[in-house]
Design a protein around this ligand. Structure first.
Ligand SMILES: [Fe+2]
Ligand SMILES: [Fe+2]
Length: 342
């Protein structure tokens, strides 16, 4: 199936009173009350309620602590940031492009809000590096995306689904891009967060971890957004989800996991305390399974049936009393980390 998507005219009096689907003809009128997709209205409000400012978090202790970290911890911290900086930078622009082809303005509002929060994440990394390391190191981290050969090679192909959609905006490429976003947000970021949350579990770089928890909570909303978009498309355009498309997504997911596993092995060298490579690899496979199953795809790694590092989940949760879009439940974990699992 290969349906080219068209952007509706900005002044479009002949358009439908309300959108007839997630993609298609639209008048662009943003009207949340009585909108077609109430989930998008709820998600938009949840995302907005999570507004935060990076510089509200003190990094004074992190500045003093960073030079005392082991060299492998310092390097893993910086290279992980180099990767996340690139990802959040492209996610600051990509959702706005996608939104131009979405017929439901309430869903487009979620995409635009996502893009805004990705700029806050980018601001966080800027704040982190300015606060924690010297100017030369900061400069090195900001150019890792093209100067680090391993990272540059990876990023050159990671963006393929994005470029493919921008060059030819068909519905199947739109859907594939949304799936790629799920992997970006829910595999690459989750893996990267493990570095900072593992340090924090040992009371190291706790200001950094607080920023990461805020970012992670936003990413959970973004996962909700792309999951809902793909579920909606499956409902509205079932013929799109051919065995060939699903096979290509499975290959994309397997590739994503393989690249992330290789990247983590490269940057930790197997020497990062608390992140042994086999455990990290299974964690990445587990995250990949979760993202696939959320959109009704079979788990690509059926042998991994449980989270091999459940303490990361607890370490990563915010303790604010605010409800999450996914679970609509207040999460208030006590300090119940099981360090025997590290
Ligand atoms: Fe982000
Ligand atoms: Fe995100």
């Amino acid at each position: 199936m290969d349906t080219t998507l068209h952007r509706s005219p900005l002044f479009h009096p002949a358009g439908p009173r309300r959108p007839t689907g997630l993609v298609g003809d639209t008048t662009w009128m943003l009207e949340l009350n009585g909108c077609r997709y109430p989930w998008a209205d709820r998600l938009y409000r949840t995302m907005r309620d999570f507004y935060w400012k990076p510089d509200d978090v003190s990094l004074v202790a992190d500045h003093a602590q960073f030079p005392k970290l082991a060299p492998v911890e310092q390097e893993t911290y910086l290279r992980t940031l180099g990767f996340l900086i690139y990802l959040d930078s492209i996610q600051s622009v990509n959702p706005a492009w996608l939104s131009q082809y979405v017929a439901a303005p309430e869903v487009a509002a979620c995409l635009i809000t996502q893009a805004f929060f990705e700029t806050i994440h980018s601001q966080s990394y800027d704040y982190l590096l300015t606060s924690v390391v010297d100017a030369a190191t900061r400069e090195r981290v900001y150019t890792l995306w093209r100067d680090d050969p391993v990272l540059a090679a990876r990023l050159a192909t990671l963006v393929d689904p994005y470029e493919a959609f921008h060059q030819n905006p068909t519905l199947d490429r739109f859907a594939t891009l949304c799936f790629a976003d799920l992997l970006l947000e829910g595999v690459y970021f989750w893996s990267g967060f493990s570095v900072f949350l593992t340090l924090a579990a040992r009371q190291q770089m706790t200001g950094t971890a607080q920023l990461i928890r805020q970012i992670r909570r936003d990413e959970q909303q973004h996962l909700g957004l792309y999951t809902q978009i793909l579920r909606t498309l499956r409902e509205e355009v079932p013929e799109l989800f051919t065995p060939a498309l699903e096979a290509s997504w499975r290959a994309l997911a397997e590739d994503a996991a393989a690249h992330e596993i290789a990247w983590m092995e490269t940057i930790t060298g197997g020497q990062f305390p608390g992140l042994p490579p086999d455990r990290v690899a299974d964690y990445i496979r587990w995250c990949t399974n979760q993202r696939c199953e959320a959109v009704d795809l079979a788990a690509p790694f059926p042998a991994v049936v449980r989270d091999p590092m459940p303490w990361l989940e607890r370490q990563g949760e915010m303790n604010t009393g605010k409800a999450d879009f996914f679970e609509a439940a207040v999460v208030n974990y006590q300090d119940d980390l099981d360090f025997s699992d590290l």
